[in-house]
Ligand binder design. Structure first.
Ligand code: T4K
Length: 408
């Protein structure tokens, strides 16, 4: 049970030298476990079977269940989302340059650069936070072979706009759907767009397999190729027909996945409950805008993303994050500073930012707040109180100079 301290004025804040509001750190997303007994039972079965990896029965069952859930023909489970991206990129024969957002987790870009394919960063739509097709079109050169859209925060890309551009220019389109497991677009589950889509089932995702990922596709030939590539290129005993790698998901990870799938609706319900509570507590705090999720679509609500308008709120995002961290509210600046400002891209393309005004702006405004099953409505109410106090203090000039000079 989390112990919470009462904070009723700016002077009670932890940055004033008091203990933090929360005795234990509140993370953006603690891992969900599902039914522990079912998990242990599966792990025991696995130990009895002495079959731990290499396309075992749990992995096969997991793949079939994901196919049914998403309505896709093929799910190929992998050891993590990054390797799944690398393999999908290779199986699609992408080369030269591939257009991606910079406003994403670094793995999207690294999966290309790792294979000596140049990620070319396109700008985003400031409302959806996703690739702006107009910017994508401007980045196309004779070396471009593909586009990777990222359904950031689980909200879908402009799939029609990106597909039109891909078709017109003969480019392959795939998606990094790491955030969008169990989300839909126009009633169709994410997983059915582009040539293929890649999920991450990392511990911090609302649905996890400890570490894990998958490529899903409706293309039979592509699925065959990806299956071979994730297993060293083996097409049968002693017969290797491609360069491949080791991308296999283990049985213990699949056991976690199967158990998590049984509680998927509960995880989503908790995230949704938290999202609605945040929407309530943030509604009348000027300068804080919670991103919208479309209630008419399926949605996992796993990220609570807030844009801080420095002028209206009274403090820049980074100072607010610092104040929240002091209270053990471990807000994250996903995905600061942007891939183009991290190495090796910063060194390779020092002026990339000039073409990414929306990415650069958003990177100064966005923060992710704690949610998931470890976060209660009472905690969210407390977080809301702190945010209100900080806003009121900043507005009335009551925050000391020391605080307003703080930065990360
Ligand atoms: N594409 C996109 C768009 C992605 O977001 C990701 C992953 C990928 C590709 C690559 O997929 P994977 O190869 O990872 O499957 C985390 C995750 O490590 C990363 O998987 C995820 N995106 C990214 C958005 O978030 P960090 O640097 O924030 O992780 P970390 O260790 O700071 O953990 C976040 C919070 O969760 C911490 O506050 C602590 C808590 N936590 C973490 C772990 C691992 C726990 O409570 N328990 C745990 O076991 O990157």
């Amino acid at each position: 049970m989390q112990q919470m301290r009462k904070i009723s004025s700016i002077n009670d804040l932890a940055i004033m030298g008091h203990p933090p509001l929360f005795a234990e750190p509140l993370h953006v997303g603690r891992p969900n476990v599902g039914n522990r007994e079912r998990l242990m039972q599966r792990i025991n079965d696995m130990l009895d079977r002495r079959w731990f990896s290499n396309n075992g029965p749990f992995v096969q069952e997991f793949e079939r269940k994901v196919e049914v859930l998403l309505g896709v023909k093929h799910c190929i489970a992998m050891c993590n989302g990054t390797v799944a991206l690398e393999i999908a990129i290779r199986a699609l024969d992408l080369k030269g340059e591939v257009i991606v957002p910079s406003f994403t987790f670094i793995a999207t870009a690294h999966a290309l650069q790792w294979q000596e394919i140049t990620p070319v960063f396109a700008d985003i739509d400031p409302v959806t936070h996703n690739l702006d097709p107009a910017s994508v079109e401007k980045m196309i050169t004779p070396r471009t072979t593909g586009i990777i859209g990222v359904h950031l925060w689980g909200r879908h890309c402009d799939t029609a706009g990106l597909q039109t551009i891909a078709d017109e220019h003969g480019l392959k389109l795939m998606y990094d759907s790491s955030h969008a497991f169990a989300c839909s677009h126009n009633g169709q589950l994410i997983g059915n767009f582009g040539e293929c889509e890649v999920f991450s089932f990392h511990a911090t995702k609302f649905f996890n397999t400890f570490e894990g990922g998958a490529v899903v596709t409706n293309n039979d030939a592509l699925a065959d190729k990806i299956r071979l590539m994730k297993n060293f290129g083996f097409a049968g005993l002693d017969n290797v027909i491609y360069i491949g790698t080791n991308g296999k998901m283990t049985e213990v990870c699949a056991a976690m996945g199967l158990t998590g799938l049984e509680s998927l609706d509960d995880f989503v319900q908790t995230n949704r409950r938290n999202y609605l509570e945040y929407r309530k507590v943030l509604a009348d705090i000027p300068g804080l805008k919670l991103i919208d999720y479309n209630d008419l679509e399926r949605c996992n609500y796993q990220y609570i993303i807030v844009e801080v308008d420095e002028k209206v709120f009274g403090l820049p995002r980074d100072k607010l994050v610092r104040i929240l961290h002091a209270e053990n509210i471990l807000t994250r600046r996903y995905f600061f500073p942007g891939c183009h400002k991290m190495q090796p891209y910063k060194g390779l393309f020092p002026h990339a930012g000039m073409l990414l005004p929306q990415t650069e702006g958003l990177n100064q405004r966005v923060m992710a707040l704690p949610t998931g099953t470890a976060v209660t409505q009472e905690m969210i109410a407390q977080i809301g109180e702190i945010l209100r106090l900080v806003h009121d203090g900043a507005r009335d000039g009551k925050l000391s100079m020391d605080i307003s000079r703080m930065c990360l």
